[in-house]
Design a protein around this ligand. Structure first.
Ligand SMILES: C[S@@+](CC[C@H](N)C(=O)[O-])C[C@H]1O[C@@H](n2cnc3c(N)ncnc32)[C@H](O)[C@@H]1O
Length: 225
């Protein structure tokens, strides 16, 4: 495990990994706001610049809004989402059905620490704002490595605790202080990692290394198998 503070270790021990009901309902509502949608858009653009065909897995898919965005931009891709919270999968299924996309987007319950798919199933694996919830991030990255095809990318987006102040100020100017704070609330149950933690976790996984890049408030851990 990367070098974490004692508070961080304690939080990891005591709180549940998946977001249960009614948090799932609240998060579903929040995730349709402009600040979230802008970040799904930024992530989707970046993802499709790495891989725009084949099969994609989104881990900790939550309400599946990233998958819906990806389908709009690349309708030929097969899109799959898993989430360890059954309540969140209910929200995801509702959103996918409301968009009339149930035949194109598959969402099911499953954990990053034991991904319910065979080895080398995916052309790309992605995740947004979920890694800071994972109790054993290295184990999860090893699972991602297992289900990823050779020469393929995993892109793990999250918010980092050392986001520069200038980035926060830009986001506050663009979306307003209230929405920026809503986004930061992701860290309420589980504190965020630093950029350095990200790289250390990648180093202790089967990927061996990873580099980071910023997109709005997202920091992306870029991993290549
Ligand atoms: C803050 S939400 C983000 C949801 C979505 N990716 C988004 O960007 O809106 C984090 C999600 O990760 C899920 N999660 C947490 N730990 C997980 C794990 N080990 N495996 C799969 N999903 C997990 C939670 O249930 C929750 O739905």
């Amino acid at each position: 495990m990367a070098d974490l503070s004692p508070v961080r270790r304690l939080m990891k021990l005591v709180h549940p990994e998946g977001i249960p009901w009614p948090g799932s309902v609240l998060y579903n509502a929040l995730s349709s706001s402009t600040i979230f949608m802008r970040h799904y858009e930024l992530a989707a653009e970046d993802i499709l610049s790495h891989c725009s065909q084949g099969t994609l897995l989104d881990i900790g898919t939550g309400p599946a809004r990233l998958l819906l965005k990806l389908h709009q931009q690349s309708p030929g891709m097969r899109l799959v989402g898993i989430d360890s919270s059954a309540a969140m999968i209910t929200q995801a299924k509702q959103n996918v059905a409301q968009a009339g996309l149930s035949e194109f987007i598959e969402v099911k319950e499953g954990s990053a620490s034991s991904i319910p798919f065979p080895d080398q199933s995916f052309d790309i694996v992605v995740s947004t704002v979920s890694m800071h919830h994972w109790k054993q991030p290295e184990v999860c990255l090893n699972e991602i490595y297992r289900v990823l095809k050779d020469n393929s990318f995993a892109l793990i987006y999250d918010i980092v605790s050392d986001t520069p102040k200038s980035t926060w100020n830009e986001i506050k100017r663009e979306f307003g202080r209230l929405k920026a704070t809503m986004f930061w609330l992701h860290s309420f149950e589980e504190p965020f990692y630093t950029r350095q933690n990200f790289e250390a976790i990648a180093q202790s996984s089967l990927f061996g290394k990873g580099r980071t890049q910023s997109f709005g408030l997202f920091c992306c851990l870029i991993l290549k198998k």
